[in-house]
Design a protein around this ligand. Structure first.
Ligand code: NAD
Ligand code: TDX
Length: 366
């Protein structure tokens, strides 16, 4: 049990970013034991991690971050040294329909993890020495930015680590609240914490409720592409593996109390992202150029739709030397090819079939 150099609790490791992070840590750091705690909601899928599930430094636990007894038990059993907390309800549209679920998981779940960490670490001789609670958060906590130019970057202003919080959606309000709790545990109890606020991720294993995988799937199947409003909203896109490399660097930098913004300086209007997806899918499938442009369907806007996100990540690039390695063009090519090659995964996720499978296979498995 204690032969591992570090025991790291990663929450939400069966989700999109979490599964990339778990794989990265399990493979790159065989001396760390990774304990993946995930409730396997509709967004969690263990087939994202099939290639590492037999690794000796990997443990999966199906459970809810709101369950105090379970989480405290994990801290004791595995002598957790660090938490990288990703488990969350993550889809803005769902938060509009059901804000309570977002408050429960994102706010109360985070508070429960903090409380268990504090209680467990506080009872040790060494206290908080060598410990870290790292919270993975979003740029959406800062609200949105104006669009003042017609070409990228679409405005003069960017979110920095000093930007005041001004969340608009129930999702971003819940993430903002959880960030505040994490900082409160640092300021009040001296818990070593780090927070990162990242822009929109994309890549393999992202749930097809989100823009990029949803639209790839719809283009392939020639279904309408529901563009909210006029498609003029701007997002700052980052390939998921670049995010994971940033998390690795920041985790090991151990800057207690620090916040870093993570973004690719890669702003795109939604409509331009959609046109890139159409041309990429059509080219790879050998369809005539522009053939699927007719699928674009402008629909009613998302309530409270944030206009523009743009991250200034110069603190991270300057202080820790992080650099985005995958360009948007490369990332989209890899992502489209991945989804085209994983139609069974997409079918399982869209039909909910994977959840039935894991209910029987994994419930109670540790
Ligand atoms: P996701 O929805 O793909 O995955 C979330 C995971 O959390 C799922 O595996 C789910 O089963 C698990 N989960 C949900 N509720 C849980 C609970 N109560 N207990 C235990 N597990 C639970 O999300 P994602 O896109 O991978 O995002 C991961 C984290 O990164 C989130 O905290 C999100 O706010 C943050 N983030 C995401 C993005 C993005 O673009 N996707 C950008 C910045 C920050
Ligand atoms: O069908 C759609 N049509 C559409 O026009 C969908 C699903 C989205 N959109 C628009 C809304 C946004 O402007 O595309 C943009 C991206 O939408 P999402 O993929 O839902 O992402 P977003 O709302 O920007 O939030 C994402 O990035 C920040 C993640 O879901 C969050 O978890 C993360 O914190």
């Amino acid at each position: 049990m204690d032969s591992f150099e570090k025991n790291i609790l990663i929450t939400g490791g069966a989700g999109f970013i979490g599964s990339h992070l778990v794989r990265h840590f399990v493979r790159k750091y065989p001396s760390y034991r990774i304990i993946n705690l995930d409730a396997l909601t509709y967004a969690g899928n263990l087939s994202n991690l099939r290639d590492i599930e037999e690794c000796p430094n990997y443990v999966f636990v199906k459970g809810d971050i709101c369950d105090g007894e379970l989480v405290s038990g994990l801290f004791r059993t595995y002598r957790i040294d660090a938490v990288i907390h990703l488990a969350a309800e993550s889809h803005v549209d769902r938060s509009v329909l059901d804000p309570f679920t977002f408050a429960r998981t994102n706010v109360m779940g985070t508070l429960n993890l903090l409380h268990c960490a504090r209680t467990c670490w506080g009872s040790l001789k060494e206290g908080f020495d060598g410990k870290l609670f790292y919270h993975i958060s979003t740029d959406e906590v800062y609200g949105d930015l104006p669009i003042t130019r017609d070409t990228a970057p679409y405005g003069e202003s960017f979110f920095t680590e000093e930007t005041a919080y001004r969340p608009h959606s129930p999702y971003s309000a819940s993430k903002a609240s959880s960030d505040h709790f994490v900082r409160a545990f640092h300021d009040t109890y001296g818990m070593p914490v780090t927070i990162t606020n990242c822009s929109n991720n994309y890549g393999p294993f992202q749930h097809p409720e989100k823009l990029i995988p949803l639209f790839i799937n719809n283009i392939v199947n020639r279904r309408p592409l529901p563009v909210y409003g006029r498609g003029e909203n701007v997002r700052d896109w980052l390939y998921v593996e670049d995010h994971v490399r940033a998390i690795d660097l920041i985790f090991h930098a151990r800057r207690s109390g620090a916040t870093f913004n993570i973004g690719g300086f890669n702003e795109r209007r939604n409509i331009d992202v959609i046109r890139t997806l159409i041309s990429t899918v059509d080219r790879i499938l050998g369809r005539a150029e522009g053939e699927d442009e007719c699928l674009v369907t402008f629909v009613g806007d998302r309530p409270g739709h944030d206009l523009r996100y743009a991250i200034d990540s110069s603190l991270l690039t300057g202080e820790l030397g992080w650099k985005c390695q995958v360009s948007f063009e490369q990332g989209i090519e890899k992502t489209v090819r991945w989804y085209l090659g994983h139609t069974r995964w997409l079918e399982e996720v869209t039909s909910g079939e994977y959840m039935k499978y894991y209910d029987t296979m994994y419930s109670g498995r540790k």
